[in-house]
Design a protein around this ligand. Sequence first.
Ligand code: NAP
Length: 335
Amino acid sequence: MSNLRIGVVGAGMIGRSHIERINNRLHSGAVVAVSDVNLENAKLVASEFNLKVFENGEDLIADSNIDAVIITSWDPSHEQYVLAGLKAKKYIFCEKPLSDKAVGAKRIVETEIAGGEKLVQVGYMRRYDKSYIQLKEILSSGKLGEPLMLHCAHRNANVPDMYTTEMAIENTAVHELDVLRWLLNEEYVSAQVLLPKKNRNAHAKLHDPQILLLETESGIRIDLEIFVANNFGYDIKTEVCCENGIVNLPTPATPYIKFDYNESVAIPADWKVRFTDAYDKELQEWIISSKAGRVDGPNSWDGYLASKNAELCSLARESGEIVKMSVEAKPLFYK
Ligand code: NAP
């Protein structure tokens, strides 16, 4: 069977990285076209990978030589391109978040249901990470008993100047908001945000760190530290305390070095290094499921819940209150 012909909208950091992995390392699909509001970015990436350039993302999506679309443009533009993909009845892989607004993600869910065909997958790649999969298997086995508490951390070395206090939840912690409900198989019922002493390494528009406190349907308590200007590296932690034992998210092994009277282990510089295998697996499976006419990964409903929950967490930070999160019934379409 021929390759899935893929068009990419958004030729920035992760867009280029997805094109590189698909065209150099994955099979059964090839990126053949690219578009970006920044035409220079699009031309640069197109010349590197021999792609057709479209000046307009919607034209790329509608083109009859494109079978499926990857959206890696900036958050506020995701909704317009996903809706264009649904209109063209193409398989769509949209980087997280599905939309920067819950109402936008809800519009996508409603449009997809009205179209009668599941077409959208959202880029919550932690569900494809070997260490999260191992953690889920251990919890699902039941041998540790019921999970009671989770202690989590999402730490980055630094973030760009355009990164704001809101983005710490809506662009960063949104990964945990997705993966923890997948891990526990439960929805959240309340959120609170604490703002510790401000880190002097963070710029003026960013309150760093933040602590997110979540409660799930069965009463599991989660604390999540979001610390994005830590000056030392990318560090993802999840410790699950259960009735009979405790399990920690394994960290991918890096060489343990003894040298010059010191012992050391490298810390990944960023998400590209830590989750590279997960991105490969996620996109390889997306190509295969799209060719088979299915969506197997996180879908629009998952994307909607992540965006909605992130918005409620932002509300909790702004108000300083505990915010209740109502559990919505999953539409039959997504079951
Ligand atoms: P980036 O380097 O800034 O790239 C985004 C690109 O999209 C830029 O070339 C930008 O142009 C372009 N763009 C902006 N608005 C557009 C529009 N309306 N139509 C078409 N192109 C547009 O950002 P990035 O780090 O690659 O992130 C891109 C997306 O991927 C974000 O939504 C982010 O949340 C997501 N992401 C996900 C992960 C993950 O772990 N799953 C990791 C990183 C990023 P300009 O340069 O002119 O703005």
